[in-house]
Each structure stands twice: as structure tokens, then as C-alpha cells.
Design a protein around this ligand. Sequence first.
Ligand SMILES: Cc1cc2nc3c(=O)[nH]c(=O)nc-3n(C[C@H](O)[C@H](O)[C@H](O)COP(=O)(O)OP(=O)(O)OC[C@H]3O[C@@H](n4cnc5c(N)ncnc54)[C@H](O)[C@@H]3O)c2cc1C
Length: 242
Amino acid sequence: MQVYWIKINKIIQESSEVRTYLLDCPQDFTWEEGSHTHFALKGFNIGDKPNRSLIRHMSISTLPDEGAIGITTRIREQCSEFKAILKSLKVGNEVAIFKTHSNVPLKREGKNVYLLSSGVGLATFRPLVLDYLKRPDNVNRLHSLNIDSSKEFLFSNVFQSAPDRDFTSQFVDNRKDYYEQVKKLATDNDGLYYVVGSDEFLVQNIEILREQGIKSEQIVIDKHEEQRAEFLSVDLSNKGLG
Ligand SMILES: Cc1cc2nc3c(=O)[nH]c(=O)nc-3n(C[C@H](O)[C@H](O)[C@H](O)COP(=O)(O)OP(=O)(O)OC[C@H]3O[C@@H](n4cnc5c(N)ncnc54)[C@H](O)[C@@H]3O)c2cc1C
């Protein structure tokens, strides 16, 4: 396993609680849109076993052609040890990343793609939207719906509807509006539905999508195959994986 120790290049305060850490990009490192990585702090690999309290899964909120690895996260007043240390880090300090993989690349199957997210989950979708806007090939149209009760909506320069480019971006600040909107979107029975947020958020969205007749193969979540099957209650033995 290759661990990349890299410097923080810039820290962007996206909203009162959300920051993006732009990390130097090693020359031999690249990634697909929708990737997540293991993001670790100094000391995580000192003992016999990796210290999990110094490691978190994080999505990469940038594309390789932006020249930096972006990690976007919410740091509340009451936060974990991990976030407290992260908050104290400055430009020039080193962090580590390893085991990077995308479960949610943009599927180019000629369909309408719906990106459903909660809060900072939008970070996972930022590179998908940029990739689509650069090259819309084989994506019929793209629609993002994000719920953020803080009302401080993220990445508003990227998540801006562009009707001429078949991209729609919607932000809502409450669950009622959010789920009403999901039900409306799910009337498209041939679309692909990406969902990113807490596990509870995934469960609720999957339930509503299924109620509207959306099949599990149309739902894309940021989980590896086995976990995905559990969330979607798919029988892996039928696919030779069980
Ligand atoms: C594939 C994948 C991708 C992910 N991508 C991202 C990403 O891009 N960005 C991201 O931010 N997260 C992402 N996550 C989630 C991430 O790994 C962390 O689980 C998440 O950020 C919470 O971090 P934390 O445990 O350090 O807790 P915190 O964020 O610090 O806290 C979680 C909650 O507990 C409360 N809390 C914590 N400590 C205390 C305390 N001492 N007293 C009272 N309340 C407390 C906080 O207020 C908060 O509500 C991803 C997860 C996966 C699996």
C-alpha cells in the first residue's frame, strides 16, 4: 500500500463550518471523479496497527486537472479529535492519503443522472459535475439536489443551473421540500440516481426511490459491492459474489 505524505497548499473557508483543504498533488497520483481516499494525520502509522482515530474516509472534491487534491469537510465547534487536529493544521503541514478508489464515477449510459446529496456530501459530486460540464458525452442531462439546513450552500459557482448545458442545480434547506422534490425526480423511471450522505440519509432515499418504482440497479451509492448490496438488499449470490 502506497502512502502519500503531502503538504497542505491552501485552506478555503467555504462556509462558517466547512473548509476545503487543497493538497499538493504527487506527480504519479491520479484519480477518477467520485473518488474517496483515506485521509490521515501525522502519527497514524506509528504503532503496530494504524491509529483509526487519526484516519477518516474523505471524498476528493476536485478533478486532477485542477492541480490539487481537494478534501472538503465540516468542522463543528464540538468535534472529534481528528477534526480538532485538522483544524489546527496550517498551509505547509503534511497529511497522508492512501487507498483511493471511486465507487461513484459518472455513468455515461445516455440517461438522465440525478445527484442527491446532503450537506457536505455535495463534495463527492463536485468532480462529477465538472467532468460532465467539460464533456457531456452519453449523459442525457444532469440534475443535482442538495439539502443543507445551514442554508450556507456549497460550491455555488459550480452548482449553478445551466439550461443550455442540460444541468440543473437545486438547493433546499428542509426535509419536506427535499423529499417532495425526490419524489418528483423519481417519476423518471429510466434515470440513474446517485445518493451521498449519512447512512440514515441513504436508507431514507433508497426507500423513497424504491417506492417510486426505481430499481436497485438504477441507484448508485458510495459503498463497495458488499455494503451496497446490504443497503439495496440485493442478493449477491445471484451475481456469483455471495
Ligand atoms: C466513502 C466516504 C466518503 C466520505 N467523504 C467525506 C467528505 O468528503 N467529507 C466529510 O466531511 N466526510 C466524509 N465522510 C465521512 C467521514 O469519514 C467522517 O465520518 C465524518 O466527517 C465525521 O467525522 P468525525 O468522526 O471526525 O466527526 P465530527 O464531524 O467531528 O463529528 C460528527 C458529529 O458528532 C458530533 N461530535 C463529535 N465530537 C463530539 C463531542 N466531543 N461532543 C459532542 N458532539 C460531538 C459533531 O458535532 C457532529 O455532529 C466520508 C465517508 C465515507 C465512508
